[in-house]
Ligand binder design. Structure first.
Ligand code: ADP
Length: 509
């Protein structure tokens, strides 16, 4: 890869600017800090081919995984790769602040309308911001701080409960190593914790672990376990790690030694954690699974002290309060006239009566007037509409409010984005499919839309000449053909009560 740097600063302002996608921004940050050494930038085609074929860059240095950037075609149409001063691309953070300059040395079409760009990157602007910025130290800086000798790396992508802490303590003792905790902070944790919650929970366990250096690393999951493990190992090594403690039986690559811990259990005779097979069955308690932990939190029960240090439990309880106090998005989907608005209004009234939570009703027509004025009914506009609704709903729920939305939301993808936005906001998401058949909706034809669609005066009508993708992940399905509105509202309230989202006293008699 070319490292020669020629683009002078004064040409920056003429260079096109682009905000990469979140996982690309995470890669960018790791490139800029040197955590991806020897990589100096995004890979071009020669390196990509070589990585795919033999796990090495074109120059022969080992590198396991593609690190790529894609940009829209129109952005790069004016670049001239042969002219060093006309091949600069400014990369900005999501707020639009310049983060890096990319000198494009390779450019190739990928999917429709997109180009892959390769070339070295250099930091511009004043560096990053965000919570716990002081923990985002660069590898060189961290290596300086480490004592000589072995360094045990722990990639802490989940809170550390007592079994994990016991494992760490054991490994540190066995290896006589210094402990380096790397907390991935590029996206929500696999358990759905926001990065700052994960960081606080790890710090909550700090006085239960051997002396440790703790670093936050913007390493994103790519959805491929092997790639993730390989990249994490590379990054760990850049930080000076010699051994990693893995909780999965994953290869690490990159020349690191891996310890696969044995299963521990709690010995209730003396309160120690030791190998489970060394404890008689009647005296041992096995670590709680993630589902058990979440269930206790959801129902508002304390995490048991034998399992979780109180300081860690406190952070988890704050981040995941009992469901009845947590934000919630109730998302209706269904054909026009299926009954979404009517049921949603009934539900909203019932919930308002209780006064437990503030409530925002994002109804289809109101939304189209206030939030999505000007949008039409093309696939792109419909997706955008649902996205906006999902975004607002998630913000309402982030602050422990209750948002009820009732767009038609005919496409699965848009619905799952809404679900994901709620989840990232630490809120619940209940998908209600109002599955009234088309024939019934059409017979009701409350707004006269079906008649107009059949007469050809209206195109893109869901169910008539535009598809409705039936949800396979609905939490509640209601067919209003033979149900009254009251019955539908009652069924929904029952569901919300049984799943703990609302207090049981709301349940109508
Ligand atoms: P959408 O919001 O899905 O377009 P609306 O709620 O605006 O649908 O319209 C549904 C129509 O169906 C209303 O006229 C409503 O009175 C009628 N309806 C009949 N039974 C029910 C029921 N069980 N639930 C909801 N609506 C019903």
């Amino acid at each position: 890869m070319s490292n020669g740097w020629v683009l002078p600063d004064e040409l920056l302002r003429d260079a096109p600017a682009y905000t990469p996608r979140p996982y690309e921004l995470a890669d960018l940050e790791l490139l800029l800090t040197g955590a991806y050494a020897p990589l100096a930038g995004f890979l071009g085609r020669a390196d990509l081919t070589s990585v795919a074929r033999r796990g090495r860059l074109a120059d022969g240095s080992p590198w396991p995984v593609p690190v790529t950037l894609q940009v829209p075609a129109e952005l790069v149409s004016g670049l001239d790769l042969n002219n060093p001063v006309e091949r600069g691309l400014v990369l900005t953070d999501p707020e639009g602040a310049p983060t890096a300059l990319l000198e494009v040395t390779d450019l190739w079409p990928t999917t429709q309308g997109w180009y892959g760009v390769g070339g070295p990157v250099r930091r511009i602007g004043d560096g990053g911001h965000g919570p716990f910025q002081r923990l985002r130290r660069a590898p060189a800086e961290v290596r300086e701080l480490l004592p000589p000798g072995r360094v045990l790396g722990v990639i802490a992508d989940r809170p550390l409960h007592r079994p994990q802490l016991a494992q760490i303590a054991h490994a540190v003792r066995t290896l006589a190593a210094h402990l380096l905790i790397l907390i991935p902070v590029a996206n929500t944790s696999p358990d759905g914790l926001a990065p700052e919650v994960l960081v606080r929970s790890i710090f909550g366990a700090r006085d239960r672990m051997p002396p440790a250096t703790i670093v936050a690393v913007p390493i994103a999951r790519r959805g491929d376990d092997i790639w993730d493990a390989l990249l994490r190992a590379r990054v760990a090594r850049a930080y000076g790690v010699t051994h990693v403690l893995s909780t999965t039986e994953m290869l690490t690559g990159g020349g690191l030694r891996m310890l696969v811990p044995r299963e521990l259990a709690y010995d209730n005779r003396d309160g120690q954690w030791r190998w489970r097979d060394d404890i008689p069955p009647r005296n041992r308690r096995l670590p709680l699974g993630q589902e058990e932990i979440e269930d206790l939190l959801d129902r508002g029960f304390p995490l048991p002290e034998w399992h979780t240090p109180p300081t860690v439990a406190k952070e988890l309880t704050r981040a995941r309060p009992p469901r009845r106090h947590r934000g919630l998005v109730v998302f209706f989907t269904g054909l026009s006239g299926s009954g979404k608005s009517t049921i949603a209004r009934g539900l909203a009234d019932a919930l308002r009566e209780s006064g437990d939570r503030t409530l925002t009703l994002l109804d289809g027509d109101v939304v189209r007037r206030e939030l999505s004025a000007g949008l039409g009914f093309s696939r792109a506009d419909r997706d955008l509409n649902v996205r906006r609704i999902g975004w607002v709903a998630a913000e309402v729920a982030r602050h422990r409010g209750l948002a009820i939305c009732c767009p038609i939301a005919p496409y699965h993808r848009a619905r799952s984005i809404a679900r994901e936005m709620a989840r990232s906001a630490g809120a619940g998401f209940v998908l209600v499919h109002v599955a009234t058949p088309l024939a019934v909706c059409e017979r009701r034809d409350r707004k006269g839309l079906y008649a107009r669609a059949r007469a050809g005066q209206l195109t893109g009508m869901t169910g008539v000449d535009d598809p409705y993708e039936e949800p396979k992940d609905a939490d509640v399905v209601l067919d209003t053909t033979d149900l009254t509105v009251e019955e539908c509202v009652h069924l929904l309230l029952t569901h919300l009560t049984e799943t703990g989202w609302v207090e049981s006293r709301l349940q109508p008699a």
